[in-house]
Write a protein that binds this ligand. Structure first.
Ligand SMILES: *Cc1c(COP(=O)(O)O)cnc(C)c1O
Length: 232
Protein backbone atom coordinates (compact mmCIF):
# COMPACT_ATOMS: atom_id res chain seq x y z
CA UNK A 1 0.00 0.00 0.00
CA UNK A 2 2.77 2.39 0.92
CA UNK A 3 4.57 1.37 -2.28
CA UNK A 4 1.40 2.12 -4.26
CA UNK A 5 1.08 5.53 -2.63
CA UNK A 6 4.69 6.33 -3.40
CA UNK A 7 4.24 5.29 -7.01
CA UNK A 8 1.07 7.36 -7.34
CA UNK A 9 2.85 10.46 -6.03
CA UNK A 10 5.77 9.89 -8.40
CA UNK A 11 3.35 9.54 -11.31
CA UNK A 12 1.53 12.72 -10.32
CA UNK A 13 4.84 14.56 -10.30
CA UNK A 14 5.60 13.27 -13.79
CA UNK A 15 2.16 14.42 -14.99
CA UNK A 16 2.64 17.87 -13.47
CA UNK A 17 6.01 18.07 -15.23
CA UNK A 18 4.46 17.11 -18.57
CA UNK A 19 1.80 19.76 -18.10
CA UNK A 20 4.41 22.44 -17.47
CA UNK A 21 7.10 21.23 -19.89
CA UNK A 22 9.55 20.31 -17.17
CA UNK A 23 11.94 17.40 -16.85
CA UNK A 24 10.85 15.14 -13.95
CA UNK A 25 14.53 14.69 -13.12
CA UNK A 26 14.49 18.28 -11.83
CA UNK A 27 12.06 17.34 -9.07
CA UNK A 28 13.12 15.48 -5.95
CA UNK A 29 10.42 13.83 -3.88
CA UNK A 30 11.09 14.07 -0.15
CA UNK A 31 9.13 11.50 1.82
CA UNK A 32 8.08 13.27 5.00
CA UNK A 33 8.31 10.51 7.60
CA UNK A 34 7.76 12.49 10.79
CA UNK A 35 5.95 10.53 13.54
CA UNK A 36 6.37 7.27 11.59
CA UNK A 37 8.36 4.35 13.02
CA UNK A 38 11.57 3.07 11.43
CA UNK A 39 9.81 -0.04 10.09
CA UNK A 40 7.59 2.21 8.00
CA UNK A 41 10.57 4.20 6.75
CA UNK A 42 12.30 0.93 5.85
CA UNK A 43 9.23 -0.03 3.86
CA UNK A 44 9.40 3.26 1.97
CA UNK A 45 13.13 2.71 1.43
CA UNK A 46 12.47 -0.75 0.03
CA UNK A 47 9.94 0.82 -2.33
CA UNK A 48 12.66 3.17 -3.57
CA UNK A 49 12.51 6.28 -1.37
CA UNK A 50 15.94 7.73 -0.60
CA UNK A 51 15.08 11.26 0.55
CA UNK A 52 13.38 11.54 3.92
CA UNK A 53 12.16 14.72 5.60
CA UNK A 54 11.83 15.08 9.35
CA UNK A 55 10.81 18.10 11.41
CA UNK A 56 12.21 17.12 14.82
CA UNK A 57 15.84 16.72 15.80
CA UNK A 58 15.00 13.87 18.18
CA UNK A 59 13.38 11.87 15.41
CA UNK A 60 16.37 12.24 13.12
CA UNK A 61 18.85 11.17 15.79
CA UNK A 62 16.67 8.19 16.74
CA UNK A 63 16.02 6.95 13.20
CA UNK A 64 19.38 7.73 11.63
CA UNK A 65 21.37 4.81 13.14
CA UNK A 66 18.58 2.32 12.42
CA UNK A 67 18.31 2.85 8.68
CA UNK A 68 20.52 2.43 5.58
CA UNK A 69 23.35 4.90 5.18
CA UNK A 70 22.47 5.98 1.66
CA UNK A 71 19.37 7.81 2.88
CA UNK A 72 19.44 11.57 2.41
CA UNK A 73 17.97 13.17 5.52
CA UNK A 74 16.42 16.61 5.18
CA UNK A 75 15.62 18.76 8.19
CA UNK A 76 12.40 20.54 7.21
CA UNK A 77 11.06 21.76 10.56
CA UNK A 78 11.74 24.67 12.86
CA UNK A 79 15.22 24.22 14.30
CA UNK A 80 16.33 25.39 17.73
CA UNK A 81 19.88 26.63 17.86
CA UNK A 82 20.91 24.44 20.78
CA UNK A 83 19.97 21.34 18.78
CA UNK A 84 21.91 22.05 15.60
CA UNK A 85 24.89 20.09 16.92
CA UNK A 86 22.93 16.84 17.02
CA UNK A 87 22.09 16.81 13.32
CA UNK A 88 24.89 18.76 11.67
CA UNK A 89 26.70 15.59 10.54
CA UNK A 90 23.52 13.65 9.71
CA UNK A 91 21.44 15.78 7.39
CA UNK A 92 22.06 16.65 3.75
CA UNK A 93 20.16 19.88 3.90
CA UNK A 94 18.40 22.21 6.35
CA UNK A 95 15.28 23.74 4.77
CA UNK A 96 14.22 25.94 7.65
CA UNK A 97 16.79 28.70 8.15
CA UNK A 98 14.92 31.85 9.06
CA UNK A 99 17.24 33.98 11.18
CA UNK A 100 20.79 35.27 11.27
CA UNK A 101 21.31 33.71 14.70
CA UNK A 102 20.35 30.26 13.47
CA UNK A 103 22.58 30.66 10.41
CA UNK A 104 25.48 31.63 12.67
CA UNK A 105 24.99 28.57 14.84
CA UNK A 106 24.88 26.26 11.82
CA UNK A 107 28.03 27.96 10.53
CA UNK A 108 29.84 27.31 13.82
CA UNK A 109 28.77 23.69 14.10
CA UNK A 110 29.58 23.00 10.44
CA UNK A 111 33.03 24.51 10.98
CA UNK A 112 33.65 22.15 13.90
CA UNK A 113 32.95 19.20 11.60
CA UNK A 114 34.85 20.75 8.73
CA UNK A 115 31.84 20.53 6.45
CA UNK A 116 29.76 22.87 4.34
CA UNK A 117 26.04 22.64 5.09
CA UNK A 118 23.56 23.19 2.25
CA UNK A 119 20.68 25.33 3.48
CA UNK A 120 17.45 26.85 2.26
CA UNK A 121 15.88 30.01 3.60
CA UNK A 122 12.32 29.50 4.78
CA UNK A 123 10.02 32.22 3.51
CA UNK A 124 6.59 32.85 4.96
CA UNK A 125 5.23 34.01 1.63
CA UNK A 126 1.64 34.26 2.78
CA UNK A 127 2.80 36.14 5.93
CA UNK A 128 0.76 33.86 8.18
CA UNK A 129 1.30 34.84 11.79
CA UNK A 130 1.26 31.26 13.01
CA UNK A 131 4.18 30.24 10.82
CA UNK A 132 7.92 30.49 11.04
CA UNK A 133 9.89 31.89 8.17
CA UNK A 134 11.15 35.20 6.84
CA UNK A 135 9.02 37.90 5.33
CA UNK A 136 9.73 38.31 1.61
CA UNK A 137 11.53 41.62 2.15
CA UNK A 138 13.85 40.13 4.80
CA UNK A 139 15.30 37.46 2.53
CA UNK A 140 17.90 39.41 0.55
CA UNK A 141 19.37 41.25 3.57
CA UNK A 142 19.82 37.91 5.35
CA UNK A 143 21.39 36.35 2.26
CA UNK A 144 23.94 39.13 2.16
CA UNK A 145 25.00 38.26 5.71
CA UNK A 146 25.05 34.52 5.10
CA UNK A 147 27.09 34.93 1.94
CA UNK A 148 30.09 35.72 4.17
CA UNK A 149 29.84 32.40 6.00
CA UNK A 150 32.17 29.80 4.53
CA UNK A 151 30.55 26.70 6.06
CA UNK A 152 27.10 27.43 4.71
CA UNK A 153 25.97 27.06 1.13
CA UNK A 154 22.63 28.60 0.24
CA UNK A 155 20.94 26.35 -2.32
CA UNK A 156 17.55 28.02 -2.52
CA UNK A 157 14.25 28.79 -0.82
CA UNK A 158 11.53 26.90 0.99
CA UNK A 159 7.97 27.76 1.88
CA UNK A 160 5.07 26.15 3.69
CA UNK A 161 1.95 27.30 1.92
CA UNK A 162 -1.30 27.84 3.81
CA UNK A 163 -3.68 24.98 4.40
CA UNK A 164 -6.35 25.34 1.73
CA UNK A 165 -9.19 23.26 0.37
CA UNK A 166 -8.38 23.94 -3.25
CA UNK A 167 -4.67 23.74 -4.17
CA UNK A 168 -5.19 26.40 -6.85
CA UNK A 169 -5.46 28.88 -4.00
CA UNK A 170 -1.74 28.36 -3.36
CA UNK A 171 -0.58 28.85 -6.95
CA UNK A 172 0.13 32.52 -6.30
CA UNK A 173 2.22 31.65 -3.21
CA UNK A 174 4.38 29.31 -5.30
CA UNK A 175 4.71 31.89 -8.07
CA UNK A 176 5.84 34.48 -5.55
CA UNK A 177 8.55 32.18 -4.20
CA UNK A 178 9.71 31.35 -7.73
CA UNK A 179 9.84 35.02 -8.65
CA UNK A 180 11.81 35.82 -5.50
CA UNK A 181 14.33 33.11 -6.36
CA UNK A 182 14.76 34.53 -9.88
CA UNK A 183 15.27 38.03 -8.46
CA UNK A 184 17.90 36.70 -6.05
CA UNK A 185 19.62 34.75 -8.79
CA UNK A 186 19.93 37.93 -10.84
CA UNK A 187 21.71 39.63 -7.96
CA UNK A 188 24.60 37.15 -8.17
CA UNK A 189 25.26 37.13 -4.47
CA UNK A 190 28.50 35.38 -3.61
CA UNK A 191 28.01 31.85 -2.24
CA UNK A 192 24.26 31.93 -2.92
CA UNK A 193 22.61 29.56 -5.39
CA UNK A 194 18.95 29.30 -6.26
CA UNK A 195 18.85 25.71 -7.57
CA UNK A 196 16.30 24.56 -5.05
CA UNK A 197 12.69 25.57 -4.55
CA UNK A 198 11.26 23.42 -1.78
CA UNK A 199 7.51 23.87 -2.01
CA UNK A 200 4.40 21.73 -2.18
CA UNK A 201 2.98 19.17 0.26
CA UNK A 202 0.34 16.46 -0.03
CA UNK A 203 -2.49 18.89 -0.77
CA UNK A 204 -0.76 21.00 -3.39
CA UNK A 205 2.46 19.45 -4.70
CA UNK A 206 1.22 19.14 -8.30
CA UNK A 207 0.51 22.87 -8.45
CA UNK A 208 3.90 23.54 -6.83
CA UNK A 209 5.64 21.43 -9.49
CA UNK A 210 3.80 23.30 -12.24
CA UNK A 211 5.13 26.53 -10.71
CA UNK A 212 8.74 25.37 -10.51
CA UNK A 213 9.25 23.32 -7.35
CA UNK A 214 12.46 21.27 -7.43
CA UNK A 215 11.72 19.58 -4.09
CA UNK A 216 8.28 18.56 -2.90
CA UNK A 217 7.72 17.40 0.68
CA UNK A 218 4.99 14.78 0.83
CA UNK A 219 4.00 13.02 4.03
CA UNK A 220 0.35 12.03 4.23
CA UNK A 221 0.18 11.22 0.52
CA UNK A 222 2.81 8.50 1.00
CA UNK A 223 2.44 7.35 4.60
CA UNK A 224 -1.21 8.09 5.32
CA UNK A 225 -2.54 10.20 8.16
CA UNK A 226 -0.30 10.92 11.12
CA UNK A 227 -1.40 9.96 14.60
CA UNK A 228 0.02 12.50 17.04
CA UNK A 229 -1.94 11.30 20.01
CA UNK A 230 0.06 8.10 20.59
CA UNK A 231 3.35 9.98 20.77
CA UNK A 232 5.01 10.98 23.98
C1 LIG B 1 4.61 17.67 7.77
C2 LIG B 1 5.29 18.52 6.78
C3 LIG B 1 5.15 18.27 5.40
C4 LIG B 1 4.28 17.18 4.82
O1 LIG B 1 2.94 17.42 5.03
P1 LIG B 1 1.80 16.53 4.34
O2 LIG B 1 0.65 17.42 4.23
O3 LIG B 1 1.58 15.36 5.25
O4 LIG B 1 2.33 16.09 3.02
C5 LIG B 1 5.86 19.09 4.53
N1 LIG B 1 6.66 20.08 4.98
C6 LIG B 1 6.81 20.33 6.29
C7 LIG B 1 7.72 21.43 6.70
C8 LIG B 1 6.15 19.57 7.22
O5 LIG B 1 6.31 19.84 8.54
Amino acid sequence: MLADNLKAVQENIIKACEKSNRDPKEVTLIAVSKTKPVETLQEAYDAGARYFGENKVQEITAKYPELPKDIHWHMIGHLQRNKVKYIIDKVDMIHSVDSLRLAETIEQEAAKHDLVMPILLEVNVAEEETKFGLGVSDVIPLLEEISKMSHLKVEGLMTIAPFVENPEENREVFRTLKKLSVDICNKNINNVNMHVLSMGMTGDYQVAVEEGATMVRVGTGIFGERNYTIRK
